[in-house]
Write a protein that binds this ligand. Structure first.
Ligand SMILES: Cc1cc2nc3c(=O)[nH]c(=O)nc-3n(C[C@H](O)[C@H](O)[C@H](O)COP(=O)(O)O)c2cc1C
Length: 214
């Protein structure tokens, strides 16, 4: 097979783009241009009916980051509740929750806090297909944004806890009511760039060809 890309590099990018928390370099600033470059790349992602209703809120002002970090930190109880339900043997997930707990206390220190948004809200009681079309018109772009960051030596973590306090965040950032926030990503250069492939279930165990029962 002759691949049109350098598979060694693209596969490394796809398999080692991790949720980065403790290894975010909180001391090093991030240039606006690099964020715009990554957003530019993210805009090549698919959207339902080519709507392209993505909007990005980037918070770099120190006071606003601090305020946003405080709001995010209120999510502690959600993390603790979720962690309490994890099987004691599941070491990988326990490590994730420990790391997520650390981020709760440090979110506001990241040099850039990025909130991917969609213009327009999912109406209350909307059928699953409609909600899927809205969320799926920003999630691929978010992941492209994260991959583009990683390829430039930056890291991020997709988080959603602040959405419980979305209205407060909108007020802080003067965001209109019809702009739906979808996530909050701390963005920074990473301390080192060697990230590992995570352990996952073999694809053969989660994939069905032609018939669910085979
Ligand atoms: C929808 C979604 C919500 C997430 N919310 C949070 C969050 O609130 N806080 C956090 O620290 N990580 C959050 N994560 C990151 C996951 O914990 C992380 O992707 C997962 O543990 C796998 O780790 P990896 O990406 O490094 O392989 C979220 C990820 C997704 C996809």
């Amino acid at each position: 097979m002759t691949a049109p890309f350098d598979l060694g590099e693209t596969d490394r990018l796809l398999s080692t783009t991790r949720a980065v928390r403790r290894r975010l370099d909180l001391e090093r600033s991030v240039e606006r241009e690099v964020i715009l470059d990554c957003i530019r790349l993210s805009q090549q992602a698919p959207t339902a009916s080519n709507t392209q209703k993505w909007r990005w809120m980037v918070v770099m002002d120190p006071e606003k980051r601090k305020a946003l970090g405080e709001i995010y930190g209120r999510g502690k109880e959600f993390i603790e509740q979720a962690k309490a339900q994890v099987d004691a043997e599941d070491k990988q997930t326990h490590r994730v929750y420990d790391s997520a707990g650390w981020l709760l206390d440090h979110m506001g220190e990241a040099p850039a806090l990025v909130i991917p948004c969609v213009e327009g809200r999912v109406p209350d009681g909307a059928p699953g297909g409609m909600a899927a079309a809205v969320y799926a018109s920003i999630y691929p772009a978010m992941w492209s944004f994260q991959l583009a960051l990683r390829s430039r030596g930056l890291g991020s973590t997709l988080t959603t806890i602040h959405l419980f306090f979305e209205k407060e965040v909108a007020a802080l950032l003067d965001m209109p009511e019809d702009v739906m926030q979808v996530a909050l990503l701390p963005v920074a250069y990473t301390k080192g760039t060697d990230f590992k492939v995570a352990k996952r279930q073999p694809p053969e165990e989660i994939t069905h060809f032609d018939n669910w029962s085979t």
